[in-house]
Design a protein around this ligand. Structure first.
Ligand code: FES
Length: 316
C-alpha cells in the first residue's frame, strides 16, 4: 500500500447496519491531505482491498473517518469490517484518491443520495461551508432507522432548508429526480451517489445537460462482467500468452497465472485494475472510464471487461 498505517481510534453506530470508523495515523505523523469526495482503499485480510469515502471535513489533518454499510450480499469486506476491527487495531491504507471531485466554483451544488451514498456528500458539504458556497441535499433512505448522519447534516445546514429527507418506506415520496434536475438553477452542479436505479434515473434526467455539470459515483456495477471467454491475452512485457476460458473474467485468468494485478472493487467502479491496452478491442463493461476513453481502447478494467477480438495485447 502506498499510504499510511492507520490506527482505529473508535467505532460508532451511525444507523441500523451502518458503522463509522475513525482512524488516526499509527505513527503520529499528520495524515496525507484529501479533497472533498475522496476515498481511501483499506487493506483487509486475504488480499481484500476495499474503497470507502472519507466523510470527515477535508480541513481535518488528524483523522480519516469512513462509514461501512453491512451489505446483505457482502463479498467479504463489509462483513469483516462489521465483525472484526476493534479500537487499537492497525490497518494499511492507500493514499486518498478522488474519483468524485467537487467542483468548488459552482454557485449551488445539488446532491442526490441513496442510503450509504450520503457518505461522499458529507465531506463536500463541509468543504462548501468552508468556502461559503451553497449546497442542497436530497437524501433517500428506506427508513429513519437506516438514515446515517441526519444530525450531522442538520448541523452543517446553515440555511435551515438545505436538507430534504425522503424515507421511502414510510410513505414519504421518493425524490423526484427529473424535477430536481429540471428545476436546478443555471450554473448549478448536480451529484448523485446511491443504488444503480437511482443513478440510472439521474443519468437519464441529466442527458440534456452539459456533462461537466453532472457527477455520479457508483457503489455497484451497472453491467455484468464479461465472462464469455474464448480469447487470448498476450502480456507484452513478459511475452506470456494466456487463454481466457468461458465463465472466467480476464482478472481471474491473470490471477490464476500468478500475474500480480492490483484490484479492489472487482466491479469496474474504482479504477484500481486499469491496464494499458496495446492491441485488440476490449469489451468495456466498467463504470470508470469515460465514453471517450472506452472508444480510444488504450486502457481497460481487467476485473470486468473482456475482449471483442480474438486477441488482446496488454502492457503488463
Ligand atoms: S478492481 Fe475496481 S475497477 Fe477493477
Amino acid at each position: 500500500m502506498n499510504g499510511p498505517q492507520l490506527l482505529l481510534r473508535q467505532l460508532r453506530r451511525e444507523a441500523e447496519g451502518i458503522v463509522s470508523f475513525e482512524f488516526v495515523s499509527a505513527d503520529g505523523a499528520p495524515l496525507p491531505l484529501f479533497t472533498a469526495g475522496a476515498h481511501i482503499d483499506l487493506q483487509l485480510p486475504e488480499g481484500l482491498l476495499r474503497s470507502y469515502s472519507l466523510v470527515n471535513d477535508p480541513g481535518e489533518h488528524h483523522r480519516y473517518v469512513v462509514t461501512v454499510d453491512r451489505a446483505a450480499n457482502s463479498r467479504g469486506g463489509s462483513a469483516w469490517m462489521h465483525s472484526t476491527p476493534r479500537p487499537g487495531d492497525r490497518l494499511a491504507s492507500s493514499l486518498p484518491v478522488n474519483n468524485f471531485p467537487l467542483y468548488e466554483e459552482a454557485p449551488l451544488s445539488i446532491f442526490i443520495a441513496g442510503g450509504i451514498g450520503i457518505t461522499p456528500f458529507m465531506s463536500m458539504a463541509a468543504r462548501l461551508n468552508t468556502l461559503r458556497r451553497a449546497w442542497r441535499v436530497h437524501y433517500a433512505v428506506r427508513s429513519r432507522q437506516r438514515a446515517a448522519y441526519v444530525q450531522e447534516l442538520a448541523s452543517l445546514d446553515r440555511t435551515g432548508d438545505a436538507v430534504n429527507m425522503h424515507c421511502t418506506g414510510e410513505d414519504m415520496e421518493r425524490p423526484d429526480i427529473a424535477a430536481i434536475v429540471r428545476e436546478a438553477p443555471a450554473g448549478s452542479h448536480l451529484y448523485c451517489c446511491g443504488p444503480n436505479g437511482m443513478l440510472d434515473a439521474f443519468a437519464g434526467a441529466c442527458s440534456g445537460l452539459p456533462p461537466q455539470r453532472i457527477h455520479l459515483e457508483r457503489f455497484s456495477a451497472s453491467q455484468e462482467a464479461a465472462t464469455a471467454g474464448g480469447y487470448e491475452v498476450q502480456l507484452a512485457r513478459t511475452g506470456q500468452t494466456l487463454s481466457v476460458e468461458p465463465g472466467r473474467t480476464l482478472l481471474d485468468a491473470l490471477l490464476d497465472a500468478g500475474i500480480p494485478v492490483q484490484y479492489s472493487c472487482s466491479q469496474g467502479i474504482c479504477g484500481t485494475c486499469c491496464t494499458p491496452v496495446l492491441e485488440g478491442t476490449p469489451d468495456h463493461r466498467d463504470d470508470y472510464l469515460t465514453h471517450e476513453e472506452k472508444a480510444a481502447n488504450r486502457a481497460m478494467m481487467v476485473c470486468c471487461s473482456g475482449s471483442l477480438t480474438q486477441r488482446l495485447v496488454l502492457d503488463i
